[in-house]
Design a protein around this ligand. Sequence first.
Ligand SMILES: Cc1cc2nc3c(=O)[nH]c(=O)nc-3n(C[C@H](O)[C@H](O)[C@H](O)COP(=O)(O)O)c2cc1C
Length: 201
Amino acid sequence: MPDLHPDATSVLMDVITQRRSMGLARLKPDAVPVEILQQMMEAANWAPSNGDTEPWRFTIFSGDGREELANAFGEAYRTDIGDGAFDQVAYDGYRARAYAAPVWIAIGMEPGKNEDGSLAESQDEEIMAVACAVQNFHLIATTYGLSGMWHSKGTSTHPAVAKALGLDSPSRLLGLFFLGYPEIQWPEGERRPLESKVRWA
Ligand SMILES: Cc1cc2nc3c(=O)[nH]c(=O)nc-3n(C[C@H](O)[C@H](O)[C@H](O)COP(=O)(O)O)c2cc1C
């Protein structure tokens, strides 16, 4: 048996069921203590990975550090317009998104390699391991009353943002997680019944 707190099961289940995703508009601008972010990363680092590749790579943007992300979003805008006309308001809008949450965590995947340079595991397996790491840090965030969201659309997985973060193929940018204290009351979660998802043979 592992050496766990006697209430571990119920405490963990509480955290799992109360972990919530929230959009940018629901987060306060208040800063998040660095000690919490460090603990989140420590939890992430305990995720499982096939072949012990530990493929999770995170970049944390907070405070003035968000300027780097704003620059990356600006590059995404330039890529999106291609040869089209530059629109300063739209460009500023892309950049401003970086300041809409106190913390952003870039979710990167760098696959493990064999000695001959070939990939040690499949891309799917590496992505699954990173997802476990994200869930770990999201659970720790929940214990501090923090929320946010793994966002995987638009600029959050934009090739220009991936490039700015040094996540060139075969590495990948799997999304951005924005984090902060909610402005709203903690919402109830909802799930469709388990019966439709589990078959007991
Ligand atoms: C891999 C992944 C990607 C996600 N991408 C988005 C996204 O791009 N936009 C979004 O609104 N929510 C995104 N979400 C958050 C889900 O909408 C959210 O987890 C779901 O609604 C369940 O809510 P809960 O996390 O509060 O339980 C993503 C979640 C995961 C796990």
